[in-house]
Write a protein that binds this ligand. Structure first.
Ligand code: 5AD
Ligand code: SF4
Length: 440
């Protein structure tokens, strides 16, 4: 019997890429590939790439440099570039990197089996279409094997918002929502395989407007309510949301659906109205703060996280102070902070950038404030009891690691802890990035 070919996928960027990488493995599974976690053993290496900031995109080329010797050692090895760098650069990748055998964008990876065959036949296929057909309709159904207790589920892709800094509308295309029935089926499948927590994914997930089984268009709130009826699905989350799509029915769902977790990633990017306008965000800082107030009225223990860009073109000291003031007003459980990175093809890329030293200083100041808030939020959990869904054994004997409702990583000891178990844990201590406790 011939050995099955081995596939190694390295995933960069966001959670949607994590989801896509699983789907790519399934697509190539149909061509006889089995996954490996060692690049040295692979017959095919796929880099599922991110284009969001310059640093993320450049990582691809340095990784290709590292892979070169593997290719020299194994002439049968095929190397593919998938994801958003593939979409943005297409053919250019083949010119810049002779080791690359195929380039596939985020909307065409259901065609990977044919592309793989073409590459084996000596071609260098590139496919960065935005095809008519839905890739998800053309992917094989995943393996039936059991899996860990948490999973991602892409419900919406693409973005029509066109923030002035962002490549996503170009790399992922226009907003598309998957039909609700299909998502409910996929969720039930995941639950049958042991999944207890599903995070719904979309670049603009709360803008979800999918075809419902009843012939109407379903909102994200409607979808969440239907998922809440799936037996043994204990936790629902969703990410990433835009403030302008935070509708009344979704806010109400936070009050009424108890499996919808009290955690919300709601990026605002800046606290300055001048900069928000230049970013084409179409909301003010006050709009955002009012929205947070309404969300907290619906769900008082809601934990908030966000994304911030420092040094957007034209950002003054005062604009940056406004961002700090907004962060102080909100009080985040966690947040991601980024230095502005000019991306080719976006409107903001034409504008002059601030000196890098200034960006560094602002990034540090913002990070310090957010770290302080994050520590305070964690410290506030000490002495309290929280629910934890356990995912993996910890480093100490008998210890297990999982996430709380508020998405804190919790290390716990106790009897009968195991993968997929939901248990109450009394928090005893707070470390920089996690909590420790004892199952009760
Ligand atoms: N420069 C820096 N950060 C960016 N983001 C998106 N585009 C850029 C850019 N050009 C950040 C935003 C977004 C997150 C996913 O990445 O904060 O919410
Ligand atoms: Fe990166 Fe954005 Fe593409 Fe995700 S959608 S892979 S974050 S560029």
């Amino acid at each position: 019997m011939t050995q099955p070919r081995k596939l190694f996928i390295k995933t960069y960027g966001c959670q949607m890429n994590v989801y896509d990488s699983e789907r790519m493995a399934e697509a190539l599974g149909a061509s006889g590939y089995v996954p490996t976690d060692r690049a040295e053993d692979a017959d095919m290496i796929l880099l599922n790439t991110c284009h969001i900031r310059e640093k993320a995109a450049e990582k691809v080329y340095s990784e290709l440099g590292r892979l070169r010797p593997l290719k020299d050692a194994n002439p049968d090895l095929k190397i593919g570039i998938a994801g958003c760098v593939a979409q943005a650069e297409g053919e250019e990748i083949l010119r810049r990197a002779p080791v690359v055998d195929l380039v596939v964008g985020p909307q065409t990876y259901h065609r990977l089996p044919q592309m793989e065959a073409a590459a084996r036949a000596g071609g260098r296929p590139v496919d960065t279409d935005f095809p008519e057909e839905d890739k998800f309709d053309h992917l094989p159904r995943g393996p039936r094997a059991s899996r860990g207790p948490t999973a991602f589920l892409t419900v919406q892709e693409g973005c029509d918002k066109f923030c002035a800094f962002c490549v996503v509308p170009y790399t992922r295309g226009a907003e598309v929502s998957r039909p609700a029935e299909r998502l409910l089926r996929e969720a039930r499948d995941l639950v049958a395989r042991g999944v207890r927590e599903i995070t719904l994914l979309g670049q603009n997930v709360n803008g979800y407007h999918g075809a419902g089984p009843d012939g109407t268009t379903w909102s994200l709130a409607r979808l969440v309510r239907a998922l809440a009826e799936v037996p043994d699905l204990w936790r629902i989350r969703y990410t990433t949301s835009h403030p302008n799509d935070m509708t009344d029915d979704l806010i109400a769902a936070h009050a009424e659906v108890d499996t919808l977790m009290p955690y919300l990633h709601l990026p605002v990017q800046s606290g300055s109205d001048r900069i928000l306008k230049a970013m084409n965000r179409k909301h003010t800082a006050a709009d955002y703060l009012r929205l947070i107030e309404r969300l907290r009225a619906a769900r008082p223990d809601l934990a908030l996280s966000g994304d911030f860009i420092v040094g957007f073109p034209g950002e003054t000291d005062q604009d940056f102070e406004d961002t700090l003031a907004l962060v102080r007003a909100v009080g985040y459980h966690s947040a991601f902070t980024f230095k502005y990175s000019a991306r080719p093809g976006t409107p903001a890329a034409e504008r002059p950038v601030l000196p890098d030293a200034e960006l560094d200083a602002r990034l540090q100041a913002l990070q310090a404030l957010i770290t302080e808030q994050q520590r305070a939020a964690q410290q506030a959990m000490v002495g309290r009891e929280v629910s934890v869904l356990f995912e993996k054994p910890g480093r100490l004997p008998g210890q297990w690691v999982g996430k709380s409702d508020h998405l804190h990583a919790v290390h716990a000891t106790g009897d009968a802890l195991e993968r997929g178990r939901l248990a109450r844990v009394r928090i005893t201590a707070s470390a920089p990035n996690s909590l420790a406790g004892v199952a009760v």
